[in-house]
Design a protein around this ligand. Structure first.
Ligand SMILES: [Zn+2]
Length: 391
């Protein structure tokens, strides 16, 4: 593959091939995209295996993608990011188009933001950084433990430590909040990301977020975890698993993970018998490969958390009885185990010790910024030469 990219740098300089960046339009599907660009639907969609076909459904509006065209306007290469880890690469080889899923190359920087709040938290952050995403991650991390609307005053202070990824010179994907401190009415409130389970805890090691959902299968073993990309050692290809698999005997009841409304209960090809439930807060859960639906479970039906909606099976593209469980927020697949109750709310033992050590480091860092009220540095645009060399 590397060899191939080297070739294109040469091309770029010799034949003045052009790389252009676009934004994925709202409502655009991968298939209409292929049609609009006169790309072959058969090789780039219908002949793909089911996993790759699934990936093409993950394109999200607003995502920046790149096209490398030859001087006569023909598409030579395409890069379509489908999540923060994986992208679709379409390229021409011997006059035919090829499809592959490959890792996204990005660089991650540790950044900090220190602020004296002048109006709402959201407004203050966006004004200083220009980033709505930073405001969103901070607000959502404190959502269940603090009431900013009621308690925040002008003059209060905050520090957040986070990691930001950059792809092809631009900010890319959501920033990952590592630790934050908010001083309200002279009192400091902290949260820290615990790396071992990806959840936020306070200074005492108690989880600050509420569990939104309960596990959909009682006492079942998790046979496959959520991942935005993994390398399949046998197929020698990159794949994603955008859900969690619970292995259980055929006929085991499946429960609604939260209160909501059934928006789909029917067969869906490789998903097999599929139920989709819409919950509040733009969350949606999906339950795939069911043997059958519970009587009365159909589109439009309201369900309660814990209510049985169907039974474990192996319909669709499945190798054995299991539930493929997905959680989506605003249409994007996220790790269900981040919001499903699986463990206690407090850290114990070794995990707690490790957490407290990490907390010390973060505290030192945040106190440093708070004392100096470090000015936020906007990162200058990084250069974007030789795109296809540096994906
Ligand atoms: Zn699965």
């Amino acid at each position: 593959m590397l060899h191939f990219f080297m070739l294109f740098i040469l091309f770029t300089s010799l034949f003045s091939a052009e790389v252009k960046q676009y934004r994925w339009a709202n409502g655009e599907s991968y298939l209409t995209f292929l049609e609009n660009h006169k790309l072959p639907l058969k090789t780039l969609y219908y002949n793909l295996d089911k996993d790759d076909q699934f990936l093409t459904k993950e394109m999200i509006s607003g995502v920046k993608y790149q096209i490398l065209s030859s001087s006569d306007g023909e598409i030579e290469q395409l890069l379509l990011p489908i999540n923060s880890k994986l992208q679709i690469h379409i390229y021409k080889k011997n006059d035919a188009y090829e499809f592959e899923a490959i890792p996204i190359k990005s660089i991650t920087k540790k950044e900090a933001l220190t602020l004296k709040i002048t109006s709402s938290l959201n407004y203050s952050i966006v004004k200083e950084t220009g980033s709505k995403k930073l405001a969103r991650v901070l607000e959502s991390a404190f959502k269940n433990s603090l009431n900013f609307k009621r308690d925040l005053r002008s003059g209060d202070k905050m520090v957040m430590l986070y990691e930001q990824s950059y792809r092809l010179g631009d900010k890319f994907a959501m920033p990952v909040l590592k630790a934050a401190l908010i001083e309200m009415k002279g009192k400091k409130h902290h949260i820290y990301l615990n790396e071992s389970d990806d959840n936020f805890y306070n200074e005492r090691g108690s989880r600050v977020e509420n569990f939104l959902l309960s596990a959909p299968v009682k006492g079942a073993r998790i046979s496959s975890y959520f991942t935005k990309r993994r390398y399949h050692p046998i197929l020698k290809r990159w794949k994603a698993h955008l859900g969690v698999d619970y292995a259980a005997r055929r006929g085991t009841p499946i429960h609604a993970a939260g209160d909501g409304k059934v928006i789909y209960a029917s067969n869906a090809g490789s998903y097999g018998n599929l139920v989709k439930i819409r919950h509040s807060g733009s969350y949606e859960t999906r339950y795939a490969h069911m043997k059958s639906f519970r009587k009365g479970i159909r589109r439009g039906k309201r369900v309660k958390k814990g209510q049985i909606i169907g039974y474990i099976g192996t319909t669709g593209r499945s190798t054995g009885p299991h539930l493929h469980f997905e959680l989506r927020k605003n249409g994007r697949a996220i790790n269900p185990l981040k919001v499903v109750k699986i463990s206690s709310k407090k850290l114990y033992g070794k995990v707690r010790k490790k957490f407290l050590r990490m907390r010390k480091e973060y505290d030192k860092n945040m106190d440093y910024h708070l004392k100096r009220m470090t000015k936020y540095k906007r990162v200058p645009k990084l250069t974007r030469e030789c795109y296809f060399n540096n994906i």
